[in-house]
Design a protein around this ligand. Structure first.
Ligand code: ZN
Length: 512
């Protein structure tokens, strides 16, 4: 995500080649040959098959989702994020107000049937707001794939968030029931939070059959340009069959016929920017160029973008931009602007395709991982395209980082759970400002080449998986030949008296 509000005044050596005999891409990341695997080369932990009907008049989505996976426990959990917006939820207070706005209608997801390998089991809702579904899997083992099938009815809420609608579109972020992650420390069942992007998920393959009424079209995490699209008669419905391999989530936007697409190619990748008639063509074209150029830049710097399509879609929302695999939502007002903020938002969401989408992390407990790397990448892209235009943005992050030091006295820091940030401002100052400034400062000492070498390594080693903060400390320590803990302690944990040790570590790790 990319939050406005605080803007202020700145105007891969492939090992599978022999095994699979599939196409291989040789990257061009400077002197290093970097490769990312293609999504269809990697076995996914789960596969989702969904069949849904979207009704725009009532803002509902009904259907089924069947998930095949190897159980890791005698039960599994699904997140039912839409239930965070049900009528009984207490979404008061300034933090929620920033997300939802003042005008709201509740929404929810009802699970009407659960089957495990075809057998009906009780619907067990958990959590204060029923944002979790527990599925009993007694007698199932990891040795064999199990299929859990859910029948659901989603009432899309109306608010300023990631799952909402307006007169021309309905944007579905975090809508489909999704398996919770079971990590070393147990199940990750954190509730929806007002602040940040409170999500965490593993890679999966998705196949969705989506039925739309006449006059609507869609963009999604799947590959629309090769989707099978059928028209039914006499109902005049459009059925899309969408595939997405190895993605962490499946988002989609349903749009009416006021929407137009600009398309372009970055290598083999189709980039589509979706705006509406009446939007300023120069602004739209500019955003489209930023999307294409930044996708190309990150591909060169951090490893190839491995998916076939990238959609940038105009939606409503509070968020500036919101990232999902292969698709990002961009708040409508930025389709009428060509200022550096609009550039930064599109570039930021595009960078999340590497930091969040390709390399995942626990966005609840370690939000700094994807946000700080994404925002650093944004700064690097903006700087590479126009150092003067980038200056304001970089200065903003550096000054937020400095200001963030006062949070130390309140016991706050950048490496804490979303639930521990008292305000949006503290979250953005610490996670975006402090986090991105940490990487920028390292770049200023080590140079772009050395830092990007390390980030390529990070992407290469963790692609299609989840990394944690310890993984970054390990990589930094290896790169420097010295334990990076003081550096991280100073920058992220706000142990300000570690400053000298942090600076000494940076010096030590510098390759001349
Ligand atoms: Zn972000």
């Amino acid at each position: 995500m990319w939050r406005k509000g605080w803007i202020g005044s700145f105007a891969v050596g492939i090992v599978l080649v022999g095994m699979l005999g599939v196409r291989v891409w040789m990257g061009q990341a400077g002197a290093d040959e970097v490769e990312t695997f293609l999504p269809e080369q990697i076995p996914a932990a789960a596969s989702y098959r969904a069949d849904v009907q979207v009704e725009m008049k009532t803002h509902t989505v009904r259907g089924t989702v069947a998930v095949r996976f190897a159980p890791q426990d005698d039960k599994a959990y699904f997140h039912l994020y839409p239930n965070a917006f049900q009528a009984k939820a207490d979404l008061s207070g300034e933090n929620w107000e920033q997300v939802l706005g003042k005008q709201r209608e509740p929404g929810n997801i009802q699970i009407t049937e659960v089957r495990v390998d075809g057998k009906r089991v009780p619907v067990l809702l958990k959590g204060e707001l029923e944002t979790l579904l527990e599925v009993p899997l007694a007698g199932k083992s990891a040795a064999q794939q199990t299929e859990v099938e859910l029948r659901f009815a989603l009432q899309v809420p109306y608010n300023n968030g990631r799952l909402s609608y307006n007169d021309h579109a309905m944007w579905l972020g975090n809508w489909l029931p999704i398996l919770a992650v079971k990590g070393d420390g147990g199940w990750r069942l954190d509730p929806y939070a007002a602040i940040g992007d409170p999500f965490y998920s593993e890679m999966a393959n998705y196949r969705l059959r989506v039925q739309l009424e006449e006059g609507y079209q869609l963009a999604s995490s799947g590959i629309e340009s090769i989707a099978v699209v059928t028209q039914t008669r006499p109902q005049r419905q459009t059925i899309y069959e969408l595939d997405a391999w190895n993605v962490r989530d499946f988002a989609l936007v349903v749009m009416d016929d006021t929407y137009r697409q600009l398309t372009g190619k970055v290598g083999d990748v189709t980039v589509r920017t979706w705006s509406q008639e009446g939007d300023d063509p120069a602004s739209v074209d500019h955003l489209h160029q930023v999307a294409m150029k930044s996708l190309n830049y990150y591909g060169e710097q951090f490893g190839r973008y491995p998916y076939q399509e990238y959609d940038v879609v105009k939606t409503g929302g509070f968020f500036g931009g919101m990232e999902y695999p292969s698709i990002v939502f961009i708040q409508d007002e930025y389709f009428g602007r060509t200022d550096p903020v609009a550039d930064a938002i599109v570039a930021h969401e595009t960078a999340h395709q590497w930091f969040y989408a390709l390399v995942g992390n626990d966005e609840v407990r370690e939000a700094w991982m994807d946000e700080s790397l994404t925002d650093y990448a944004t700064m690097a892209f903006l700087y590479s395209s126009d150092p003067n235009r980038a200056r304001g943005y970089i200065q903003l992050r550096l000054s937020q980082s400095k200001a963030a030091e006062r949070y130390a006295a309140q016991g706050l820091n950048a490496w804490q759970s979303l639930l521990q940030f008292p305000t949006w401002k503290s979250y953005t100052d610490l996670v975006y400002g402090r986090g991105a400034a940490m990487w920028w400062t390292l770049r200023e000492s080590w140079g772009e080449k050395q830092l990007h070498h390390l980030l390529r390594q990070y992407v290469h080693d963790n692609q299609y998986a989840q990394a944690d903060g310890q993984e970054i400390i390990k990589l930094l320590s290896q790169a420097a030949g010295a334990d990076a803990t003081p550096f991280i302690d100073y920058w992220l944990r706000l142990k300000l008296d570690e400053r000298g040790a942090a600076e000494a570590w940076v010096e030590k790790g510098k390759h001349e």
